[in-house]
Design a protein around this ligand. Sequence first.
Ligand SMILES: Cc1ncc(COP(=O)(O)O)c(C=O)c1O
Length: 414
Amino acid sequence: MPTNHPRSYAWVNTSPAPISILSDALAITLNNGQDGYDHSTVFIMHSLSRWLMELSGFLDADGTPNGMAILLSGGSGANLNGLTVARYWAAKRDGWSIREEGLQNNRPAMIYYTSAEAHSSVQRCIEQMGIGASNLRRIETDNSFRMRPDVLRESIEADLAAGMRPACVVAACGSTNVGAIDPISDIADVCDEFDLWLHVDGAYGGIVGLDPAYTEMTRALNRVNSLTLDPHKWLQVPLDCGALLVRDRQLNHENYTLVPDYLRAASTEEGSVPWPCEYMFELTFGDRALKTWAAVARMGRDGVRDMVINCDNLARLLGELVEKSDNLELLAPVSVSTVNFRYVPKSGSLSNDALNGLNQQISEAIVGSGEAHIPTTKVNGAVSLRACFLHYENCEDDVHHLIALVQQFGEKYE
Ligand SMILES: Cc1ncc(COP(=O)(O)O)c(C=O)c1O
């Protein structure tokens, strides 16, 4: 499974940029932990913080970057970090300390809310945090797979009426399955009204606002409390690197800081460069900053923007070709750089189960051919061929090649 090949449309994968591979080799040679001290990687991480805020639009109302990014192993780690800061904040809002008490004192249940389309890591975080999956509300989505703010509001009101403590909403900016972008601005209004933390999982689509087609939909990222990005997805960074952006750096610090004597140094004092290990659970970990910094530095903001627009355009093209075709069917609106579709024989006589089997077979045949990699997912119960464009070398030829492959195997097995 050559996931760094341009014709691998699987999951949410990129291919590492050569400059990042070389930078990683240098970082490994230096072997500086990114936990703290005066290691160069810590300073690079802080420069990169600002870039990640600018690329995603995680800015203050006046357009200035504000807050801090920390680099973790991926989107799951970044979500976990963000949601634990939210938990700390919610307890503090209610006048108690989660660090001191834990969750064992029979306080009213803390409730988290997310879209029914949210990535599985959100539920896993909630389980690991001791909140419990039954206290995660999976809010219904609209026809475009976007969280419904009206249903969110009703759910919060019902929980308040039942004596529970709504704590945090986790919205998606680019859901994994279909690339949906939740209505972040409307959700932010609800969070303001009920005093809830707003975390956005932008592991996949957190930088899609660079494409003018999505700038308006993602503008409200300047209102969210924390944002997950995943540089090992769309920023050409070799595995692994996730990023969590938190606006209130002090709160993040309060949730995590615990520095043992043997690590104390003058540089941990007020006014120095913050040590990442005081903002996250990991202590010693590798340099994730240099390879990420190098990828962004080489492309520049315009280069990242052009790559994002190119991938989105290819998804739009594939969607248009699917809609024009008489044996392909679009299963979800094209969003960000993801297209969900299936092969449907022109005769139209197959049952849904048979179509599911046929499309699974097409996917496996394509993988087996070595020509491309397009796994399946499910959309409204239908087996879907899911193509995600994230590779910097993807071009229109790839789209035509993919359509031809699906039709070739479709005709063979129908
Ligand atoms: C939207 C979203 N969130 C979170 C994750 C988890 O990220 P990671 O696999 O880097 O832990 C993914 C992974 O595909 C994702 O698409």
